[in-house]
Design a protein around this ligand. Structure first.
Ligand SMILES: Nc1ccn([C@H]2C[C@H](O)[C@@H](COP(=O)(O)OP(=O)(O)OP(=O)(O)O)O2)c(=O)n1
Length: 119
């Protein structure tokens, strides 16, 4: 993933460690079970959906959106990612390994040669 202003490189493992520390410091570990984290993740997907609600179709790049609205989208996307990382961790799933494997499976399932030129 790309670097961040502080020069730190963002990886799924870094996010996993940061969130484990965040939960540990607050004594939340016992509540961060797979089921609770899944519900929290779905709740954040709902909050992300609410930002787009009633806007009609939205073009790529969100042209015409206020800076404040784009910041909000970034916050909700981050919440989704952070709960996803914690959910994977609570399930003992190596998310980075799983996603690389899934990319390979997707490429096998949808070979480029099968696509029409317009796809
Ligand atoms: N038990 C918790 C509570 C919060 N978080 C982290 C993960 C999310 O990044 C963020 C979610 O915090 P909120 O529940 O306060 O949700 P929002 O930030 O979306 O606030 P609001 O729902 O008021 O918009 O904090 C967490 O890991 N575990």
């Amino acid at each position: 993933m790309s670097g961040v202003p502080g020069g730190e490189s963002v990886t799924l493992d870094l996010l996993r460690l940061k969130m484990a520390e965040f939960a540990e410091e607050r004594g939340w570990g016992a509540y961060h079970t797979p089921r609770n984290l899944l519900f929290a993740l779905v709740g954040e997907v709902g909050e992300l959906s609410a930002v787009f609600q009633w806007k009609g179709e939205v073009a790529r790049g969100l042209p015409g959106w206020k800076e404040e609205e784009k910041l909000h989208v970034g916050e909700e996307l981050s919440d989704v990612l952070l709960y996803l990382v914690q959910l994977s961790d609570s399930c003992g799933i190596d998310l980075a390994g799983a996603v690389i494997r899934k990319l390979r499976l997707n490429a096998l399932k949808y070979p480029v040669k099968d696509l029409a030129p317009s796809d």
